[in-house]
Design a protein around this ligand. Structure first.
Ligand code: SF4
Length: 465
């Protein structure tokens, strides 16, 4: 394994139980290492993109917009403007003479044509290099059109994906405080850090509504500009995916005094704990809420547990690898796999913090590989070394899994299956079972070489991956 790891990356990989835990993270990616992690611009785009009634205009070459077009399967219950990808398509001439005029013309035309509630204008690498004044153009068009036109300072090269989350939070924060909060009841919250992949936010909203809570704003899945503008009127911020919107929660706490709690909606314990955390927060205003929440959880588990038991019969003892965006997801996934009788032997993330990795190491079994900001070569080597049965990742990890003949579950922002909530745990178990138990893996040369060696000893060399 060590011969494929760059010297400079050795301290971003750790095997639990082998010496004291120490992992370097949140560094800029090593040039040439073909990181699985995305750039600053991409980080900001994925956070803001699900705001469905806003215009999203990428100021840069067409490649930046194409790279992030419809990047999340973020569903909307109303407008779908977010699903269109607009770009100023900067060319050589614009790079030499500047792209501000082109940006102004594009914004004016798009606002007239689509009548959005607000516009986000993303800065890309080349815009940072040529120095277009995004803020000045946005201010001018905002005054002309009478809607917020918000610059997102997300030049791709200026850091890593986490920097993009911060740029997105700063942009969103400029909307807050501008909406009317007079109709918001005291028992109310905002959902932060959920992107409504496959409609997941609707599952979570329904739980909160059953508990008697008003959801003011979804930030950002199924998001609306008007809701975000009055989000400061909610009593609580419930933050999932700590990396992407924690900065916004901090800004809201400092400016409006809004408290926040950190939760995960994935897996049985974390989903139940998320609801109980919120119920405990409001117990002073509604003493019966905790009992209602317990009844809700009991009702859901009565349906779920017998179904999981059936999957566990086949999956007991199988091994999983996880490589996800935020480390927070990995905690919930490890617990979910344990419910299926499976162990996680590789756990990695693109944007984990030192605290995230400390916690991750503490819940992993000895011998687990923990990796920050990995590349395909490393991931392939780890998967082969640990001989896993399933790899959980995103669009960039899927081909790695399939090429190695390993089952795959999409747990990233392209997923089409709702995996949050109690129903999501069932969907997850079903997907894991289907891929791990698929008979197709019997025909993978790497595994066939192990089990059918005598009969297929004349396999071509290129098959012995
Ligand atoms: S912003 Fe820069 S790094 Fe990001 S996609 Fe565009 S060119 Fe690539």
């Amino acid at each position: 394994m060590s011969d494929i790891i760059f010297e400079e990356r050795k301290d971003q990989i750790h095997v639990t139980g082998e010496g004291p835990f120490k992992l370097a993270c949140n560094r800029d990616s090593l040039a040439g290492a073909v990181s699985q992690r995305a750039c600053v611009f991409c980080g900001s785009r994925v956070v803001l993109y699900p705001i469905a009634d806003a215009l999203h205009l990428v100021h840069g070459p067409i490649g930046c917009a194409a790279y992030t077009w419809d990047i999340r399967g973020a569903l909307s219950s109303g407008p779908e403007l977010h699903r269109l990808s607009f770009s100023t398509d900067l060319q050589e001439k614009d790079v030499i003479f500047g792209g501000e005029k082109k940006l102004e013309a594009a914004l004016t035309e798009l606002i007239d044509r689509h009548e959005p509630k607000a516009a986000f204008v993303y800065s890309t690498c080349i815009v940072g290099i040529i120095g277009d004044d995004l803020a000045a153009v946005c201010k001018k068009v905002s005054a002309q059109k009478g809607i917020p036109v918000i610059p997102v300072q997300s030049e791709g090269f200026k850091g890593n994906k986490r920097e993009g989350y911060l740029a997105a939070c700063k942009a969103m924060f400029t909307l807050m405080g501008t909406g009317d909060t007079s109709d918001i009841p005291p028992i109310s919250l905002n959902i932060l850090g959920d992107f409504n992949l496959a409609g997941e936010i609707w599952i979570i909203r329904e739980y909160f509504e059953r508990m008697g809570i008003r959801v003011v704003a979804n930030i950002t899945g199924d998001g609306r500009v008007g809701d975000i503008a009055k989000a400061h009127g909610a009593a609580l911020n419930v933050v999932q995916c700590s990396g992407s919107t924690m900065d916004l929660a901090k800004m809201m706490r400092e400016t409006y005094g809004t408290p926040s709690v950190k939760v995960s909606y994935f897996g049985i314990e974390d989903m139940a704990e998320a609801l109980y955390t919120v119920a405990r927060f409001f117990k002073g205003l509604d003493p019966d809420m905790l009992a209602r929440t317990q009844a809700l959880v009991k009702e859901e588990l009565a349906v779920l547990y017998p179904k999981l038991a059936r999957f566990r019969q086949d999956l007991e003892g199988k091994k999983a690898a996880i490589y996800v965006g935020g480390a927070f997801k990995a905690f919930s996934l490890i617990k979910a796999f344990r419910h299926l009788g499976m162990s996680v032997v590789i756990a990695g993330s693109q944007t984990g913090t030192p605290e995230d990795y400390e916690e991750l190491a503490s819940i992993c079994d000895p011998g687990t590989i923990i990796v920050d900001d990995a590349n395909p070569l490393e991931l392939s080597a780890f998967l082969k070394e640990k001989d896993v049965d399933i790899f959980v990742g995103g669009v960039k990890e899927r081909p790695i899994a399939y090429k190695l003949g390993v089952g795959f579950c999409d747990h990233n922002h392209e997923r089409k299956e709702a995996l949050e909530g109690f129903v999501g745990m069932y969907n997850f178990a079903l997907e894991v079972h289907r891929t791990v138990m698929s008979p197709v893996w019997r025909f993978v040369p790497r595994r066939a070489g192990k089990t059918l060696a005598a009969g297929i000893s004349d396999l071509p060399k290129e098959c012995s991956i």
